[in-house]
Design a protein around this ligand. Structure first.
Ligand SMILES: [Zn+2]
Length: 330
């Protein structure tokens, strides 16, 4: 039971639940706290605080506080067991989606060895370490076989289409793509697919790309390297850097920005140094926003025209990248 409760609370964060219930709160002070009117007692001045990181609330007006289960017990006058059942039901569709995405990720992972072109592509992008490929659960979508696999397990066309795994015509949406699962709170929430033929742009399934990639693993690190692409992430991981995360593009969504600000840390911005300067401009803008929140930043300056991926592909090594980190300026 205890474990199920923990999973439920990860799957349905308190703040998300409150927002679903139309609660509005504004950021309060440092990082992950929000304040708004208390839904548990009548008041005109906000005294209800939610800590998104701790997943807890406290009201200075009525003195009530606790977690999601406690809040549902109080607001709906339910017992603990009833509250749990209510929330399980409420979050069930999301659980469903995560289960299917998990199955899809595993299926793609199992295909990788059967398609030499996929392994060649990874090699060409500097990924040669089998352990890394397995740790990141990198897979391959050959196209034309996921639908059969998932419908055989009883999943409906409708659900698979809704998740974007099948396109409107009912065919596999990912075709000849290397696939990275994106996880949050231990659940797969999206899949990233990179075409190995370069004919098509990279893409996600529709739906949220979620927070920063593998944030759970770096949240406690005092220094965090932020890159924009998953292949950048993968080569750094392969080279032994563990305090690295990825924003899946140069534009951070609100959740990702919030994560970077949720505790004291230095962020090493390692965006592409591309010819048109767009990566560096995005990096400058982000640095200003982070510093305004009290988060120090460093700019990691890669050689001209490089991103972390190409840096390693063209022979860069751990020591050289470490030197770039040490030379990074505020
Ligand atoms: Zn209250």
């Amino acid at each position: 039971m205890g474990e199920d409760v923990e999973k439920l609370k990860q799957r349905l964060p308190l703040l998300d639940y409150l927002r679903q219930q139309k609660w509005t709160g504004r950021p309060a002070g440092y990082g992950s706290e929000f304040v708004g009117l208390c839904p548990l007692h009548e008041e005109t001045r906000p005294s209800f605080y939610v800590n998104a990181r701790k997943n807890l609330f406290y009201c200075h007006g009525c003195g009530q506080g606790g977690d999601l289960l406690r809040f549902v017990q109080l607001s709906r006058h339910l017992s603990f067991r009833e509250s749990f059942a209510y929330l399980e039901q409420l979050s069930a569709p999301a659980a469903d989606a995560a289960t299917v995405l998990e199955q899809a990720a595993t299926f793609y992972q199992n295909q990788l060895d059967r398609y030499p072109e996929a392994r060649d592509y990874l090699q060409q992008r500097g990924l040669h370490n089998l352990a890394t490929i397995q740790e990141l659960r990198i897979g391959y979508a050959p196209g034309g076989s996921l639908r059969r696999h998932l419908t055989a397990q009883g999943y409906s066309f409708d659900l698979l289409r809704r998740l974007g795994l099948l396109n409107a015509q009912g065919r596999d949406a990912f075709y000849q793509r290397v696939v990275f699962p994106c996880c949050q709170g231990g659940r797969v929430i999206n899949l990233y697919g990179r075409s190995i033929t370069a004919a098509f742009a990279h893409r996600f399934l529709h739906g949220s790309k979620g927070g920063l990639y593998a944030w759970d693993q770096v949240q406690q690190c005092p220094e965090v390297i932020l890159v924009e692409g998953l292949f950048d992430y993968a080569v750094l991981w392969q080279a032994g850097f563990r305090h690295v995360t990825c924003s899946l593009g140069t534009h951070l969504n609100a959740c990702q920005f919030q994560q970077l600000c949720d505790g004291p840390r230095t962020v090493y911005l390692t965006f592409d140094v591309d010819a048109n300067g767009s990566g560096q401009q995005a990096s400058q803008r982000l640095a200003l926003r982070l510093r305004a929140q009290g988060i120090p930043t460093r700019h990691v300056l890669l050689p001209d025209g490089h991103d972390p991926n190409s840096f390693f592909v063209q022979g860069g090594n751990r020591g050289q990248f470490q030197s770039l980190l040490e030379a990074a300026l505020p």
